[in-house]
Design a binder for this molecule. Structure first.
Ligand SMILES: Nc1ncnc2c1ncn2[C@@H]1O[C@H](COP(=O)(O)OP(=O)(O)OP(=O)(O)O)[C@@H](O)[C@H]1O
Length: 883
């Protein structure tokens, strides 16, 4: 019975009776007895089943056409009646003709709807509370006339009729739609239908056929009262059935409420799920942001680590080189010290040896001389002594013999006589002999002494020989020492040679490393350029300066995105409606290559442009502009103490010093000019020449030169202070000539960089132009006169010429002519704007509400520039690098 509940907002369509039977199957009952909370897909299914069951049921309307017995003959008859729009419309008309009671208001409405061919209106007339009420009343209380009770069928017929003029298919669809609306207006419960069916069956049982009016005895044609009573009875029966229908309708309404509750529960569940989904979404977003932050931190860490690694590598390289140099120096000093020391020692030893040898030779010679002298003397003495002794002995002998003979003669003669004398004489001679013998002995002793002396001399000589041997052995020892020293020296020499080998190996390694470094440097230049090319050869950065102390009323601005990734800016302006005066806030979103909020300082900004400065060192032409209205922070960004110009120069010096290791030598030349009223002024020249001297711009083979313009060779970053001071003095002098001149002239710092690699022979020439443009505020011609008007015209002309040049550059090959000559500024920068160069524009933004209009104009201009796509930058071709 539950399955007969109407689907909220759904429709029920009549269907053939065969389907109606199948729809009374228990499946629909089962689906509706499910717990409410579990209603899901099954609910949909049950709803479908339900709707099928209802669709399959013949509408009570089709069976309840009051006063139309043919319509009460069941679904087939009803279907027939609906299938025949003409008869249906006739029945409606008839029904409406009876609708003359106050309850027949819906019938009137339906009638008028029919006359206007508006089935929906007809349906709603029937469906509306009044109509329903009337129907209720007319059926339950049976107080209404037959017209009211016939309205349902009449309206339906009428609806069918209203579609008469339509083609068949459309007509069928139309009919169905109307049926659905009418059915929804007067729902029919399944149980009711079943009751109805039962009743019909009962009736059929009673009558033995489809429901028809009770068979009564035939009345005579004149028995009008009897026939009327029969009809009244039929009518009453029909009214009863209507009453039942209304009870069913109430039940259906309750079911609707019940289903509404289910729907509410489901909606609560749904909203709960939705909020969970939202929470999950928020969680996901948070996780994404965290991931983003994490990625950014990782990137920053990686950058830091890379920088640190590079620094450390450089530091290590420098240290290694210093160490090698120190080691080499130390070794050389040690080697030379040792060599000198050893040489002097060897020399000394050699000299000592020579001396010793000489002494030894001298000694030997002397000893030999002495020895030979001694020997000669001794031999001579000995010979003399022996000779003398022999002579003496011979003399003595001769004399003795002579004396003996004389004596013998005398003895003989005087033997006797002289025997005694002889004997005395003999004794005397004997004594003399004795004396002679003792003399001889003395001579012998003398000889012995001489011999002893000789022996002594020999001993001395042998001693001298020993000494000489000793000296020889000491000389040998000395020689050995010399040898060992010499071997030591040769060891040292070989170790020095080995060390020399090491050093030359190290030199070779160093040379290899340097070659590698040079190759890497070339590669780095290439990669660096590729990276910049990928970023685009014209880029736009936006910077919003902070609100100063004296300033009030800042404009509303948003900077979505992480600080280091920020590319978006949202500016809000409020506009007043002309008529109502109501204020509306308008959001102006812009996207650039980078957006710096008011907290960003110059160092952070320079980090972003340092790569471009590096490009200038690598041989490219680079142009960096600051564009914006007066007071937006252009000068602060470009020329203040830590502005882009001083920092760029400092970086160039720092990097060029590092590049010397890789064989590069740079020469840097700086000029500072001002473009005022389409004239060039030399800011490094004499102040008296300002606005007087005529400076010409010349372009030759991609090079720009300025005639009569001071060019300073920069030998170190310190010189920059002097350059800036001179330029600022000249600007101040110029400012006294024309008030507020700084914001009404463009200043251009031109740094030319000439590089030569002594090792590889490479050459490069780059130019870095740093431009502080005149204030971009819209200057009204109407309010300016005289000098001010001229200034205004010139500023407007040069800024729009700059815009024209940039957009012409973005036009690609189709654009044949780039209007560089339209202003002095663009003509001056001709070689640094365009395919051969890299350009960066800072759009400077004031944070004040009062400057909102100018801010929006600047941002629009910057947006146009950022949309320009300039071709690939090429290195300046250098044939002859000379400053
Ligand atoms: N980022 C900043 N931080 C702090 N102060 C700033 C910043 N930018 C600009 N200012 C201050 O704002 C004021 C105006 O700046 P600045 O003179 O640079 O503007 P400008 O655009 O160059 O103006 P003009 O076109 O007149 O030369 C100065 O007082 C400057 O010190």
């Amino acid at each position: 019975m539950q399955s007969s509940l109407p689907r909220p907002g759904g429709s029920r369509l009549p269907a053939p009776s065969s389907t109606a039977n199948t729809n009374l199957e228990p499946q629909s009952t089962t689906s509706t007895t499910q717990p409410l909370a579990d209603l899901g897909e099954s609910t949909v299914n049950s709803r479908l089943a339900f709707s099928k069951s209802v669709i399959g049921k013949p509408s009570i309307f089709s069976t309840s056409v009051i006063g139309k017995p043919s319509a009460l003959k069941g679904p087939t008859t009803a279907a027939k009646s609906t299938a025949n729009p003409l008869s249906a419309s006739t029945s409606l008309k008839r029904g409406l003709e009876h609708a003359d009671s106050p309850y027949d208001r819906p019938a009137q409405v339906a009638r008028s709807a029919i006359s206007q061919n508006t089935p929906a209106a007809a349906a709603s007339a029937v469906k509306g509370p009044v109509g329903r009420n009337i129907l209720g009343k007319s059926t339950i209380g049976r107080t209404g006339g037959p017209g009211a009770s016939r309205i349902g069928a009449a309206a339906r017929g009428a609806l069918n009729r209203s579609t008469l003029g339509k083609p068949n298919a459309a007509l069928a669809a139309h009919n169905k739609q109307i049926e659905a609306v009418v059915s929804a207006a007067l729902p029919l419960g399944q149980d009711e239908a079943e009751d109805e069916k039962e009743k019909e069956q009962e009736k059929e049982k009673g009558s033995g056929g489809p429901w028809v009016a009770k068979k009564r005895p035939a009345r005579a044609g004149w028995d009008v009262k009897g026939r009327l009573a029969d009809l009244e009875e039929d009518h009453r029966e029909m009214m009863d059935r209507f009453a039942d229908t209304n009870v069913q309708k109430d039940m259906s309404s309750m079911k609707v409420i019940e289903l509404e509750t289910v729907r509410a529960t489901l909606e609560t569940k749904n909203s709960h799920l939705q909020s969970e989904l939202n929470r999950e979404q928020a969680e996901l977003n948070k996780t994404k942001m965290e991931l983003h932050e994490e990625q950014r931190l990782r990137r920053v860490e990686a950058d830091d680590a890379r920088r640190q690694l590079l620094n450390e590598t450089d530091e290590l390289r420098r240290k290694a080189r210093d160490d090698i140099d120190n080691l080499e120096r130390k070794q050389k000093t040690e080697v030379s010290d040792l060599t000198t020391k050893h040489k002097s020692e060897v020399d000394e030893l050699r000299m000592a040896l020579e001396r010793l040898k000489m002494e030894q030779a001298e000694d030997k010679r002397r000893h030999a001389d002495e020895l030979s002298t001694l020997k000669t003397n001794a031999a001579r003495d000995l010979e003399d002594a022996q000779q003398r002794s022999r002579n003496e002995v011979l003399d003595l002998k001769n004399r003795s013999e002579l004396e003996v003979a004389t004596l013998k003669n005398t003895y003989m003669t005087e033997i006797a006589t002289l025997k005694s004398t002889y004997e005395t004489e003999l004794a005397k001679v004997k004594g003399e002999l004795k004396a002679e013998t003792s003399a001889h002995n003395e001579t012998k002793d003398e000889l012995a002494v001489a011999q002893k002396m000789n022996k002594d001399m020999r001993n001395t000589i042998s001693e001298q020989s020993v000494n000489s041997l000793n000296m020889e052995s000491s000389a040998r020892a000395l020689r050995d020492k010399i040898c060992s020293l010499e071997s030591m020296i040769s060891d040292r020499d070989s170790s020095i040679r080995a060390k020399d080998g090491d050093v030359s190996q190290m030199r070779q390694d160093l040379e290899t490393a340097m070659t590698k470094l040079r190759t890497e440097e070339t590669l780095r230049r290439k990669l660096h350029n590729q990276v910049l090319e990928l970023k685009g050869n014209i880029r736009v950065f936006c910077r919003v300066r902070p609100t100063l102390e004296a300033e009030t009323e800042p404009a509303k601005m948003d900077f979505p995105g992480q600080d280091d990734e920020a590319k978006d800016i949202k500016v809000y302006s409020s506009e007043k409606a002309t008529l109502s005066g109501a204020e509306t806030v308008k959001e102006h979103p812009y996207t650039f290559d980078k957006v710096f909020n008011p907290t960003a300082n110059n160092n952070l900004i320079f980090e972003e442009i340092s790569q471009l400065v590096q490009s200038a060192l690598d041989g490219y032409n680079v142009c960096i502009f600051a564009y914006g209205q007066t007071g937006s922070g252009k000068t602060f960004t470009m020329t203040s103490k830590d502005g882009m110009i001083p920092q760029a120069v400092e970086q160039i010096f720092r990097t060029s010093a590092q590049l010397t290791e890789k064989g590069w030598t740079y020469t840097m030349e700086g000029s500072f000019v001002e473009v005022y009223n389409e004239n060039l002024n030399d800011l490094l020249g004499k102040d008296t020449d300002l606005d007087k001297k005529k400076i010409e711009i010349r372009h030759d083979k991609g090079r720009t030169t300025l005639t009569e313009c001071t060019t300073i060779t920069l030998n170190g970053p310190d010189m920059m202070e002097e350059v800036m001071r001179r330029a600022s003095n000249n600007r101040m002098v110029a400012a006294t000539k024309a008030n507020e001149r700084s914001s009404r002239s463009h200043s251009v710092f031109i740094l030319k960089l000439y590089g030569v690699n002594n090792v590889t022979g490479e050459k490069c020439e780059g130019t870095l132009n740093l431009v502080d443009l005149a204030g971009s505020e819209r200057l009204s011609h109407s309010q300016a006169t005289g000098d001010r008007l001229k200034e205004t015209q010139n500023i407007n002309k040069s800024l729009s010429a700059l815009g024209d040049v940039i957009s012409a550059l973005g036009g690609g090959k189709e654009v044949k002519h780039i209007p560089y000559r339209n202003s002095k500024l663009t003509f001056l920068l001709q070689n640094s704007l365009g395919g051969n160069s890299k350009t960066l524009m800072f759009v400077m933004v004031s944070p004040l509400l009062a400057h909102m209009n100018e801010t929006l104009t600047s941002l629009k201009f910057a947006k146009k520039v950022s949309q320009v796509n300039i071709g690939t930058a090429k290195k300046v071709k250098v044939e002859n690098v000379s400053p």
